[in-house]
Design a protein around this ligand. Structure first.
Ligand code: ADP
Ligand code: MG
Length: 712
């Protein structure tokens, strides 16, 4: 076993005191694309060894012929030998006491079966010897604080307190997406195939490193959803985390029996899980960069109220649109603020947010611009200021330069972000000047600026928010009864539950209409004796999952002597439509008071576990794609947020004189559903559709539950 110093798992990778480069070709000496050149340009202070029997010498490095010739105490090996030699090379490194290696070579699990076998050997070596590996198939790491990189190509030199972790090297190498600036990170790690060291290891490191204020993450897949979410929640309570998830838009698994399964595509579940964990989702590589730079520049915002000051009235109107689209509000300026700036404007101009400031700045920018900006920053009703200005840096327009004013005031009011959007002939020059101190930014569009404010406000809200729901199932339920029902289903190989679905709902205290189960049409009169009013009859059959489509539901049937005949009619109808349908009996239910028809559901996601759904139900569920999602555990607060996120929420408020529905009853049902899903992993999907939501509660009139292991 190799010995690891107590510096932490990633320390030898990010700041090695001495390295050995194995597999460097002779042509690398003096080449522009060579790790030697990168290290020399960065000014790497550690000791460099090269293993190559054919290389006589190299500037700034000690060359040896074989790994066995290396001196003791080397912390990190950088391996780029041919793929078939990688396992033996790693064994030789271990024999020399080297505990950490970056494997640059590609052609492993990223390639063919031979590669997969070789990668497995790397993993075996790690498990057996304690060696830790980044890669294979990676450009490795760059740490601008320790001036170390394993890359063969130059990385930028501008340092932001950003930690970047990616499943690809492109972000590390070409992250100059905005205004052609420098790297934009402090530490970057390309996980490559992540044979050993993975995403969670790196996130843990960034979480603990105070020099990393923002985490930027590019990923293609999450292996352990719950562990990722748990860690992300811990991180985002302290520092912002921006994620670019590749493959987020792929269509979900459509061929599923329940409605919930149908609507809950992969992308929506990812989005819900990320949102609940406080992750800021970037839609593109550009946005990833922009968001992390935004957080590095401003930290957070106290709220969503934005003041706009614009050189042009047209810019103001566009800014209002962008603010609205991003879910922000236009700040209402206080009387004091307005009084303080009124004298700068002609009397005929309306002075309010957004401020059209061309007249005062055309007269005297140096006097008016800072006064206006500071007045907005001082207003307690303003959380952020969006400035629209023009950018001309030719000498004749020098008096119109806003940069020194923005920089001075950004330093003076660090808790209130000043964001810019510009037009003119030298946006790049103006941007560089405004961003010189790292306290303010210029955005490529008003929408980008508005989305940045929303992200900053979200981070502010997270920092203030209370602990999230705990995954403990509340003990108020009759879990033993529920278990017994599910054990019976497993013993009899049932994978679809209807009557037993209602029994499970009862065990969890859901509100359902009074009901009875009859084994056959002949029994209905007897079991219906203590049901009241008119009834509905529903067939219970694993072959009739969508009951009314196949004639399996009769509504408004009067109780009394005619009941058995109607039940026989129901059975005849269904068996006519589905010959050979296996009948488990008939469910008789009291008719429920109609209300707003909504749907609740659960689908168990292989990555994130139970995911809950709420939205417009009944026939509307098919037409309106109106659903909100959240990963369990869902507490009352999350349930309220879910309901509010649906359009059906408007109906719950009561339209056309209808009394508003009891939202808290739906909240209660969602929390019960969360408990049910967490307590019984054998339930794969649940559909509660429809649920009648009215002023007196939310009554579940239909249930479908799908259990694991159903034959496909
Ligand atoms: P399925 O979805 O399998 O077709 P449901 O049990 O949802 O069967 O019944 C179909 C429709 O009948 C429901 O959407 C609802 O409008 C109505 N319905 C069902 N049960 C009741 C009930 N107990 N009270 C009032 N209406 C009901
Ligand atoms: Mg239904």
């Amino acid at each position: 076993m190799v010995e690891h110093a107590k510096r932490g798992l990633l320390a030898p990778f990010l700041g090695p005191r001495s390295i050995a480069i194995v597999g460097l070709s002779r042509s690398a000496v003096g080449s522009p694309v060579s790790i030697l050149t990168t290290l020399a340009d960065l000014g790497y202070p550690g000791t460099i060894h090269i293993v190559n029997p054919a290389m006589p010498s190299a500037p700034g490095a000690a060359v040896v012929a074989r790994i066995e010739d290396l001196p003791a105490g080397i912390e990190l090996a950088i391996v780029s030998v041919e793929r078939t030699s990688v396992p033996d090379t790693l064994e030789a490194c271990v024999a020399m006491g080297i505990g950490s290696a970056i494997v640059i070579t590609q052609g492993f699990a990223d390639a063919d079966e031979v590669g997969e076998g070789l990668q497995k050997r790397i993993v075996d070596i790690c498990r057996r010897t304690g060696l830790r590996v980044i890669g294979p198939n990676t450009i490795g790491v760059t740490d601008l604080a320790t001036r170390f990189s394993s890359s063969f190509i130059e990385m930028g030199s501008g340092v932001l307190p950003v930690g970047q972790v990616a499943q690809s090297g492109f972000l590390m190498m070409g992250h100059h997406l905005v205004n052609n600036e420098t790297a934009g990170y402090r530490t970057a790690i390309d996980l490559g195939n992540a044979a050993d060291i993975g995403l969670l290891d790196v996130l843990e490191h960034f979480a603990a490193d105070d020099a990393i204020e923002v985490i930027e993450c590019h990923m293609e897949a999450v292996d352990d959803g719950p562990a990722f979410i748990e860690l992300a929640k811990r991180i985002t309570a302290k520092k912002p985390m921006v994620v670019l998830k590749a493959g987020r838009t792929e269509a979900g698994n459509a061929a599923v029996a329940s409605h919930t399964g149908n609507v809950a595509g992969k992308a929506r579940i990812y989005d819900a899980a990320f949102r609940q964990a406080g992750i800021v989702v970037a839609e593109s590589a550009e946005e990833l960069r922009l968001f992390s730079k935004t957080f590095a520049t401003y930290g957070s915002a106290a709220g969503r109220r934005v003041a706009v000051m614009s050189f042009s009235g047209g810019g103001s109107v566009l800014a209002i649109d962008a603010i609205d689209r991003a879910g922000l509000e236009l700040a209402v300026l206080s009387e004091e603020t307005l009084a303080a700036i009124r004298d700068l404007f002609p009397t005929w101009i309306g002075v309010h947010n957004p401020l059209d400031i061309w007249i005062p700045v055309a007269r005297d920018l140096g006097g008016a611009f800072p006064r206006l900006l500071e007045a907005l920053l001082r207003d307690p009703a303003v959380d952020a200021v969006l400035c629209v200005y023009c950018s001309y840096t030719q000498p004749k327009y020098q008096a119109f330069d806003v940069a020194p004013h923005i920089r001075r005031l950004a330093a003076g009011y660090p808790e209130k972000p000043i964001l810019g959007w510009s037009y003119g002939l030298d946006i790049e020059g103006t941007t560089r000047r405004i961003e010189a101190d790292g306290t303010a930014m210029v955005f490529p569009s008003l929408d980008a600026a508005a989305r940045a404010i929303a992200a900053l406000a979200g981070q502010g809200e997270r920092a203030r928010s209370t602990a999230p729901a705990s995954p403990v199932v509340r003990s108020v339920h009759d879990i033993a009864k529920a278990r017994a029902i599910l054990e019976r289903a497993a013993a009899t190989d049932e994978h679809y539950l209807f009557a037993d679905g209602f029994r499970l709902l009862e065990a969890y205290g859901f509100s359902i209409p009074a009901w009875r189960h009859a084994g056959s049409a002949g029994e209905v009169a007897e079991v219906a004796a203590d049901l009241h009013g008119s009834l509905c009859l529903k067939v219970d059959s694993p072959d009739v999952v969508h009951k009314s489509d196949l004639g399996g539901v009769m509504l408004g049937v009067p109780g009394g002597p005619a009941l058995p005949d109607r039940a026989r009619e129901l059975v005849t109808r269904v068996t006519g439509r589905v010959p050979g349908a296996r009948l488990r009996g008939i469910v008789l239910q009291e008719m429920a008071t109609p209300g707003v028809e909504i749907m609740l559901g659960m689908v168990r996601d292989p990555t994130f576990g139970p995911c809950l759904v709420v939205g417009a139900g009944g026939v509307l569920a098919e037409v309106l794609d109106d659903f909100a999602f959240a990963v369990a555990p869902v507490d009352a607060e999350e349930a309220r947020r879910m309901i509010a996120a649906t359009r059906a929420s408007v109906l719950l408020d009561g339209v056309r004189g209808a009394a508003p529905a009891d939202r808290e009853a739906i909240v209660d049902a969602l929390v019960r559903l969360s408990d049910l899903a967490l307590a019984h992993p054998e339930i794969e999907e649940i559909d509660l559709n429809p649920v009648f939501a009215g002023p007196d509660g939310a009554v579940i009139v239909d249930v479908r539950m799908m259990l694991a292991g159903a034959p496909s």
